[in-house]
Design a protein around this ligand. Sequence first.
Ligand SMILES: *[C@@H]1O[C@H](CO)[C@@H](O)[C@H](O)[C@H]1NC(C)=O
Ligand SMILES: *[C@@H]1O[C@H](CO)[C@@H](O)[C@H](O)[C@H]1NC(C)=O
Ligand SMILES: *[C@@H]1O[C@H](CO)[C@@H](O)[C@H](O)[C@H]1NC(C)=O
Ligand SMILES: *[C@@H]1O[C@H](CO)[C@@H](O)[C@H](O)[C@H]1NC(C)=O
Ligand SMILES: *[C@@H]1O[C@H](CO)[C@@H](O)[C@H](O)[C@H]1NC(C)=O
Length: 590
Amino acid sequence: MKLLAAVAGLIVAAEGAALGPLGSQFQNALQSVLSLGKSDSSKPPNILFVITDDQDLELDSISYTPLIEKHLRHKGTFFRNHFVTTALCCPSRVSLWTGRQAHNTNVTDVHPPYGGYPKFVDKGFNDNFLPVWLQEAGYDTYYTGKLFNAHTVDNYHSPHVNGFNGSDFLMDPYTYSYMNSTYQRHREAPVSYEGRHTTDVITEKALGFLDDALEGERPFFVVAAPVAPHSNVDPRDIANGEIVMTAPIPLERHAHLFQDVKVPRTPHFNPDKPSGASWVRNLPQQNQTEIDYNDHFYRSRLRALQGVDELVDSLVSRLEESGQLDNTYIIYTSDNGFHIGQHRLPPGKTCGYEEDIRVPLFIRGPGIPEGYVQDSVTTHIDLAPTIFNLAGIPPRADFDGTAIPVTPDFGGTRHEHVTVEFWGRAVMEGIHSQIGPGGSTMIPNNTYKSVRLLGEGYNLYYSVWCNNEHELYDLSTDPYQLNNLYTTTIQEDGPKILGRSLTDAINRLDALLLVLKSCQGATCIDPWSVLHPEDSIQSLRDALNKEHDLFYAAQPRVSFDWCDAGYIVEAEGPQVPLTSRYGVSWDVWV
Ligand SMILES: *[C@@H]1O[C@H](CO)[C@@H](O)[C@H](O)[C@H]1NC(C)=O
Ligand SMILES: *[C@@H]1O[C@H](CO)[C@@H](O)[C@H](O)[C@H]1NC(C)=O
Ligand SMILES: *[C@@H]1O[C@H](CO)[C@@H](O)[C@H](O)[C@H]1NC(C)=O
Ligand SMILES: *[C@@H]1O[C@H](CO)[C@@H](O)[C@H](O)[C@H]1NC(C)=O
Ligand SMILES: *[C@@H]1O[C@H](CO)[C@@H](O)[C@H](O)[C@H]1NC(C)=O
């Protein structure tokens, strides 16, 4: 254990030493620019960030937003292998705005005690997240829309959110009330927008902040976080003691669109055979009433997204008029994905399957190729480091992610893995047969750890659930994740991964997951170096070399002692892998 800690410590220390005081270099550069007066061409770049709520990539939502396609896909780069690390709003957003895995923020849920805005504050992140760092580095920062869950009309001032020059946040419990939203501006009292569509309201507010930002001397960071295409929630609509989540409500001018569109009928849409593991495997097949409702739900999401499409168009037009478009990076993504009917699931997120963890990511701006599709694996914890990189700020040692390749010849680190983690409950939206205990829409014990791995010749998803069920999908032959390959016995004629048996592959994947589930900083970025501090192993392919078979067979396994609703280390089994030393020989700990 000591050895491992020492290795991690060394890496962190080395990085820290190289960086010097955060941002000072940048600030000096900025100061010299500013002293020359307002010179737009040499001003550090602005950043406009649009983050939608629950927008899928896999169900093809981006094919229905022509203006985003025109402004961002054609004029920027599409990151087609972009993943979230926790498929739930609040944990995912905290990871996004801090650059850390949820196991390092411990904001793992949408509500206290394990998550929500109060937990974000308790963990000290209100003084230590992206807008605060950007202000310190010389940016003016603005935010409108949904920040975190459990940020409410009662707690918005205790304390106020830090780090923004201007803010106008959506407030719970009215965040998802499309026609009765409540926003809370600067340090003022919350205001109800009863009768107005939330997307119209946020468009006004976002354009207002963009105008404020454009008037300033400093570069800006402006975030618009609309609630579409999240489900609609009317806080008065309670059934069975629980809030009801219904199809999103589009703007009236979009309500008639896409009448014939249905959820794509892929092989994993409401399959005849159950699939997945744990509670997913026990789901009943959906009946025609549910299928019809889900198609309606799907169309409602596409309609609700039209308002976001127009929001992006308005923001881009305003930037263009101001002459600042060419000095502005525009980043577009969502907090997590969404499923409707795949694996028989009612509408919702919280799973580790492709629909929930893959989200759209577009970036356009100075130097970013137009119409380019980037294949490299990128994640939400890479976005704060990416913004640092674009703004010319040196990375923080506590980032669990690394700047993403924004150009084809990007010289920085690339990675093959995504660490996917989840704690607590799955939530069913829309209509569905009652499947939680006591007819609840909540399913407990949706706690799991997974690794998604994409490299040359392999495309894998490996997960361990808190009831110790396992999943392994080879997406190169099973893109819809219908055929769980997990096994512990070597079958000589069974499926192979990179020419090795499933057992040999699983031994590697499990050890990798053991590192990733408690990694910090540099060890999250280069996990193989924890297992092989003295070899140059950088990928699953390298690790699958036969000479490491015994080393991997001897590793402790990822497992849980019980299912908990939060990050309780004692429930989460072994924490520390064996470490390979001196090349082929193995560890002192055996
Ligand atoms: C934005 O806030 C920062 C930090 O408080 C401050 O230094 C900066 O002057 C503000 N910008 C504007 C335009 O007020
Ligand atoms: C709309 O929201 C406000 C709170 O901001 C609430 O007082 C009011 O009752 C709501 N109206 C409806 C129709 O739900
Ligand atoms: C289909 O499922 C819904 C609940 O999701 C239920 O109300 C309805 O009775 C079911 N229909 C049939 C024909 O079983
Ligand atoms: C959830 O997990 C706990 C602890 O592992 C167990 O006691 C409980 O029965 C499980 N509940 C369900 C609904 O599976
Ligand atoms: C995470 O937070 C929960 C709730 O406050 C706490 O019980 C748990 O010990 C924390 N986990 C870690 C690893 O700090």
